[in-house]
Design a protein around this ligand. Structure first.
Ligand SMILES: [Zn+2]
Length: 185
Protein backbone atom coordinates (compact mmCIF):
# COMPACT_ATOMS: atom_id res chain seq x y z
CA UNK A 1 0.00 0.00 0.00
CA UNK A 2 2.11 2.92 -1.26
CA UNK A 3 2.41 5.89 1.06
CA UNK A 4 3.25 9.32 -0.33
CA UNK A 5 5.16 10.04 2.89
CA UNK A 6 8.71 9.17 1.96
CA UNK A 7 11.74 10.62 0.25
CA UNK A 8 15.23 9.53 -0.72
CA UNK A 9 17.82 8.44 1.76
CA UNK A 10 20.83 10.76 1.73
CA UNK A 11 23.46 9.80 -0.83
CA UNK A 12 25.64 6.97 0.41
CA UNK A 13 23.32 6.25 3.33
CA UNK A 14 22.70 2.55 3.83
CA UNK A 15 20.26 0.69 6.07
CA UNK A 16 22.01 0.14 9.39
CA UNK A 17 19.22 0.11 11.95
CA UNK A 18 15.78 -1.42 12.52
CA UNK A 19 13.35 0.59 14.65
CA UNK A 20 10.42 -1.23 16.25
CA UNK A 21 7.28 0.80 17.03
CA UNK A 22 3.72 0.21 18.07
CA UNK A 23 0.62 1.97 16.84
CA UNK A 24 -3.12 1.53 17.18
CA UNK A 25 -5.89 3.80 15.97
CA UNK A 26 -7.83 4.77 17.91
CA UNK A 27 -5.32 4.03 20.69
CA UNK A 28 -5.75 0.49 22.08
CA UNK A 29 -8.33 -0.49 19.42
CA UNK A 30 -7.21 -3.04 16.87
CA UNK A 31 -8.38 -4.09 13.43
CA UNK A 32 -9.70 -0.88 11.89
CA UNK A 33 -8.64 0.76 8.63
CA UNK A 34 -7.17 3.81 10.30
CA UNK A 35 -3.46 3.01 10.32
CA UNK A 36 -3.50 2.54 6.54
CA UNK A 37 -5.46 5.79 6.32
CA UNK A 38 -2.94 7.69 8.46
CA UNK A 39 -0.01 6.51 6.38
CA UNK A 40 -1.78 7.37 3.11
CA UNK A 41 -2.98 10.80 4.26
CA UNK A 42 -6.64 9.78 4.09
CA UNK A 43 -7.52 9.69 7.78
CA UNK A 44 -10.90 11.30 8.41
CA UNK A 45 -10.34 13.80 11.22
CA UNK A 46 -14.02 13.51 12.21
CA UNK A 47 -14.11 9.72 12.54
CA UNK A 48 -12.84 9.74 16.13
CA UNK A 49 -12.04 12.42 18.70
CA UNK A 50 -8.38 11.45 18.71
CA UNK A 51 -7.95 11.76 14.95
CA UNK A 52 -8.32 15.54 14.73
CA UNK A 53 -4.87 15.94 16.30
CA UNK A 54 -3.09 13.52 14.00
CA UNK A 55 -4.93 13.66 10.66
CA UNK A 56 -2.56 16.30 9.32
CA UNK A 57 0.61 14.45 10.27
CA UNK A 58 2.70 13.30 7.35
CA UNK A 59 4.14 10.05 8.60
CA UNK A 60 4.80 6.51 7.46
CA UNK A 61 6.64 3.33 8.27
CA UNK A 62 8.19 0.77 5.98
CA UNK A 63 6.05 -2.02 7.40
CA UNK A 64 3.05 -2.66 9.62
CA UNK A 65 2.51 -6.06 11.23
CA UNK A 66 -1.11 -6.33 12.31
CA UNK A 67 -2.52 -8.41 15.16
CA UNK A 68 -2.85 -11.45 12.88
CA UNK A 69 0.73 -11.13 11.65
CA UNK A 70 -0.24 -9.71 8.27
CA UNK A 71 2.43 -7.46 6.81
CA UNK A 72 1.67 -4.27 4.91
CA UNK A 73 4.50 -2.39 3.22
CA UNK A 74 4.07 1.36 2.70
CA UNK A 75 7.57 2.44 1.66
CA UNK A 76 10.33 0.49 -0.13
CA UNK A 77 13.31 -0.24 2.11
CA UNK A 78 15.53 1.67 -0.28
CA UNK A 79 13.63 4.89 0.44
CA UNK A 80 13.37 6.93 3.62
CA UNK A 81 10.13 6.49 5.57
CA UNK A 82 9.05 9.07 8.13
CA UNK A 83 8.70 7.16 11.38
CA UNK A 84 11.42 8.11 13.85
CA UNK A 85 11.17 11.90 14.07
CA UNK A 86 13.81 13.67 16.11
CA UNK A 87 16.01 10.81 17.20
CA UNK A 88 19.52 9.69 17.99
CA UNK A 89 21.33 6.34 17.82
CA UNK A 90 24.92 6.15 19.11
CA UNK A 91 25.44 9.92 18.68
CA UNK A 92 24.01 9.85 15.20
CA UNK A 93 20.84 11.91 14.70
CA UNK A 94 18.11 11.69 12.04
CA UNK A 95 17.55 7.96 12.35
CA UNK A 96 15.10 7.92 9.44
CA UNK A 97 18.11 8.39 7.17
CA UNK A 98 19.59 4.99 7.96
CA UNK A 99 16.80 2.86 9.40
CA UNK A 100 13.88 0.65 8.53
CA UNK A 101 10.77 1.39 10.61
CA UNK A 102 8.44 -1.45 11.56
CA UNK A 103 5.12 -0.79 13.29
CA UNK A 104 3.42 -3.50 15.29
CA UNK A 105 -0.29 -2.99 15.73
CA UNK A 106 -0.50 -2.68 19.49
CA UNK A 107 -0.18 -0.57 22.60
CA UNK A 108 2.63 -0.15 25.13
CA UNK A 109 1.00 -2.22 27.88
CA UNK A 110 -0.98 -4.80 25.88
CA UNK A 111 0.78 -8.12 25.18
CA UNK A 112 1.65 -8.57 21.51
CA UNK A 113 0.47 -11.61 19.58
CA UNK A 114 2.64 -14.63 18.96
CA UNK A 115 2.17 -14.22 15.21
CA UNK A 116 3.48 -10.67 15.42
CA UNK A 117 6.75 -11.84 16.99
CA UNK A 118 7.12 -14.61 14.43
CA UNK A 119 6.47 -12.31 11.50
CA UNK A 120 8.76 -9.64 12.89
CA UNK A 121 11.56 -12.19 13.26
CA UNK A 122 11.02 -13.35 9.68
CA UNK A 123 11.09 -9.81 8.38
CA UNK A 124 14.27 -9.07 10.30
CA UNK A 125 15.86 -12.16 8.79
CA UNK A 126 15.03 -10.91 5.29
CA UNK A 127 16.37 -7.43 6.05
CA UNK A 128 19.58 -8.82 7.53
CA UNK A 129 20.15 -11.02 4.50
CA UNK A 130 20.38 -7.81 2.50
CA UNK A 131 22.13 -5.69 5.16
CA UNK A 132 24.22 -8.06 7.33
CA UNK A 133 25.61 -5.15 9.35
CA UNK A 134 22.35 -4.99 11.31
CA UNK A 135 23.49 -6.83 14.43
CA UNK A 136 21.15 -7.43 17.38
CA UNK A 137 22.37 -4.16 18.95
CA UNK A 138 21.04 -2.37 15.87
CA UNK A 139 17.48 -3.57 16.38
CA UNK A 140 16.00 -1.00 18.73
CA UNK A 141 12.74 0.48 19.95
CA UNK A 142 11.48 3.94 19.13
CA UNK A 143 11.88 4.70 22.86
CA UNK A 144 15.61 3.88 22.60
CA UNK A 145 16.27 6.53 19.98
CA UNK A 146 13.79 9.19 21.21
CA UNK A 147 13.61 8.56 24.97
CA UNK A 148 12.29 12.02 25.85
CA UNK A 149 9.35 11.79 23.47
CA UNK A 150 8.47 8.17 22.82
CA UNK A 151 7.59 5.07 24.83
CA UNK A 152 6.91 2.52 22.08
CA UNK A 153 7.05 -0.41 21.60
CA UNK A 154 6.59 -0.30 25.38
CA UNK A 155 6.98 -2.56 28.40
CA UNK A 156 4.67 -5.24 26.99
CA UNK A 157 7.06 -5.88 24.12
CA UNK A 158 9.19 -8.93 24.92
CA UNK A 159 12.66 -8.26 23.53
CA UNK A 160 14.06 -11.57 24.80
CA UNK A 161 11.36 -13.45 22.96
CA UNK A 162 12.15 -11.58 19.76
CA UNK A 163 15.85 -12.22 20.23
CA UNK A 164 15.23 -15.96 20.63
CA UNK A 165 13.21 -16.06 17.43
CA UNK A 166 15.67 -13.92 15.48
CA UNK A 167 18.61 -16.07 16.52
CA UNK A 168 16.72 -19.29 15.79
CA UNK A 169 16.05 -17.91 12.35
CA UNK A 170 19.59 -16.87 11.65
CA UNK A 171 21.03 -18.58 8.63
CA UNK A 172 24.56 -17.72 7.54
CA UNK A 173 24.33 -15.22 4.72
CA UNK A 174 26.28 -16.10 1.55
CA UNK A 175 29.24 -13.94 0.57
CA UNK A 176 28.32 -10.65 -1.10
CA UNK A 177 29.45 -11.81 -4.54
CA UNK A 178 27.20 -14.81 -4.39
CA UNK A 179 24.26 -12.68 -3.35
CA UNK A 180 24.85 -10.37 -6.28
CA UNK A 181 24.98 -13.30 -8.68
CA UNK A 182 21.72 -14.69 -7.32
CA UNK A 183 20.09 -11.39 -8.04
CA UNK A 184 21.41 -11.34 -11.57
CA UNK A 185 23.94 -8.53 -11.27
ZN1 LIG B 1 7.06 4.95 17.26
Amino acid sequence: MPSPNFDERPQGCDVELVVVHNISLPPREFGGPYIDALFTNTLDARAHGYFADIADLRVSAHLLIDRDGRVTQYVPFSRRAWHAGESCFQDRTRCNDFSVGIELEGADDVPFEEMQYRRLAEVIRVIRAEWPGITWERIVGHSDIAPQRKTDPGPAFDWQKLKGLVEANTIPSPPAGERARERGF
